[in-house]
Write a protein that binds this ligand. Sequence first.
Ligand code: HEM
Ligand SMILES: *[C@@H]1O[C@H](CO)[C@@H](O)[C@H](O)[C@H]1NC(C)=O
Ligand SMILES: *[C@@H]1O[C@H](CO)[C@@H](O)[C@H](O)[C@H]1NC(C)=O
Ligand SMILES: *[C@@H]1O[C@H](CO)[C@@H](O)[C@H](O)[C@H]1NC(C)=O
Ligand SMILES: *[C@@H]1O[C@H](CO)[C@@H](O)[C@H](O)[C@H]1NC(C)=O
Length: 538
Amino acid sequence: MFSSSVLLLGVVSISFLAIYKLIIYPAFLSPLAKVPNAHWSSPIAPIWILWTRYNDLENRVLHAAHLKHGTVVRLAPNELSINDLAGLRTVYAGGFEKGEWYSIFDNYGVPCMFSSWHSRTHSARKRMISNIYSKSNIHNSPALAAQAQAILYDRLLPKLTSASGPQSHPNGVDVHDIWNATTMDFITAYIFGLKNASNFLAEEVYRKHWFGLYHARKVYTFFPQELPHLTVFFKKLHLHLVPTWVNDANRELEVWTQERCHSTSAYIKNGLAAKDNDPANVPVVFQAMLAGIEKEERMKGAESVLKNETLQYPELSIASEMIDHIAAGHETSGITLTYLSWELSKNIPLQDALRAELLSLSPNMSLSGSGSSKSIPSSKDLNILPLLHAILMETLRLHAAIPGNQPRMTPYPSCTLGPYTDIPGGVRIGSHAHVLHRNSEVYLDPDKFDHVRWLDDQNGYTEEQRRERDRWFWAFSSGGRMCVGSNFAMHEIKLTVAAVYANFRTHIVDDEGIEQTDGYTCGPTSNKLFLRFEKVVD
Ligand code: HEM
Ligand SMILES: *[C@@H]1O[C@H](CO)[C@@H](O)[C@H](O)[C@H]1NC(C)=O
Ligand SMILES: *[C@@H]1O[C@H](CO)[C@@H](O)[C@H](O)[C@H]1NC(C)=O
Ligand SMILES: *[C@@H]1O[C@H](CO)[C@@H](O)[C@H](O)[C@H]1NC(C)=O
Ligand SMILES: *[C@@H]1O[C@H](CO)[C@@H](O)[C@H](O)[C@H]1NC(C)=O
């Protein structure tokens, strides 16, 4: 009698505790309870947001949720989404740290700048390389200019010239593949120097193999990113939520990168670099990282926050950094070029206006003009062309290559987000370029491609409207973890567009499936875009 009532009491109190902890507290008493819920189940379980992500619907579903519920929305018991300027300031400019979500971007089992969780290790890594990606360095680098000249004049333009000739293929050219190859050649050249870079524009068979391997790594990110503990648990039971061949694909990309690192390292250490007079062969990024590690070792040594990682495994850490720049650098810029050339192909008068602007460069890149001597225009002149800039900005707004969630963690012990106080530490929180770029008060008719938004002598905007337009633009993120390659990307894309559109008109042959996928980094659903190139004779 006695024991059964104790048992009953125990069961009742445990159930009450469980109900309190799992339902009452998170749904009604937690400081997060005041935040509007994206879904009725959000305060008690993350199932709804996991399901939304699993089905690749996050960006559009959260766009709708923010329209309905405002700028701060609760997605799960321990997760918020925030999509306004105050939120960007608090979270991104405020230095909220990254979390485990980014660990899949570790390579060779060691972190890179992008995958670092904490600000201190991140800053120590960033110090080594941010300078060579600064705008003034990108615009004045003799290495990058020489590399651009070789890639554009010796590889890309001859290829497009033959694709525009009488023997050209009736289906046109898959430009998504070509732009991928162009941006790979660009970023690997800046990292390793031209001699140890990829030559994907020439090596069609190998590049398709390589992009295929990279694709594999992209498709299976859901489980390790969203359910890391479950993924590890299943792995221990020999149940693979990520097929084992994905690991093999990753391994092959890692080995490919290491071979280039080894060659580049030998080239520097054997003194060959010092004797090489060709600026195109300078391995700018690799060299900066090597020097950065030596400096960290010399100045901080055992005191360094990187002592247990980068300084202990310098070779793997350099390779981890390089493969990350290759990954971050080629796909995003390739996607941007694809959407830019698609938008231009839908609007021939705009192309012609752009061409007139490009030919006004001196030297221009027309093969029948100064381009015949393979001239690269000055970075300064290229950068201030208003129409080229407007078209690129509008492409980055409407088709941001990373439209998806960039999760951060709230700091301990607590923080304030707009009207919500006492938000505890360790809550996942993120914003989306997809949502920010569709604010119809800032970008009127946001689904329309309208480059005039960025042409200040034509749009009639007030000073305040311009400022708002620029503040909400988030294609490269913001704060300390914003894209380190943004100046590189803007420059390589402008150079490529200047070379291509000075010489060709493009027309759509097949754009089926051009809609962007929904996720983190997003290209066309069909993974292709076929355009026809028409040589322009001026
Ligand atoms: C149009 C092209 C590009 C776009 C739209 C883009 C966008 C972004 C965004 C949104 C982030 C922040 C991601 C996050 O925190 O989750 C980022 C970070 C980064 N990007 Fe880019 N990117 C582009 C090109 C490049 C290029 C060419 C490089 C070459 C080095 C690069 C290297 C990086 C790196 C290393 C980071 C991590 C920075 C850090 O953690 O400090 N990106 N990029
Ligand atoms: C372009 O590059 C991305 C990233 O490597 C890859 O996933 C995609 O399959 C490539 N697409 C084409 C058509 O080359
Ligand atoms: C790097 O360049 C050197 C010098 O041209 C060459 O001997 C070596 O094979 C290259 N290595 C790779 C992996 O491209
Ligand atoms: C490095 O590792 C040692 C031993 O594991 C640990 O005591 C030390 O705190 C670590 N240092 C840093 C900077 O992480
Ligand atoms: C392109 O540059 C060349 C040489 O600088 C010049 O002769 C030509 O007229 C320019 N093309 C146009 C259309 O301005």
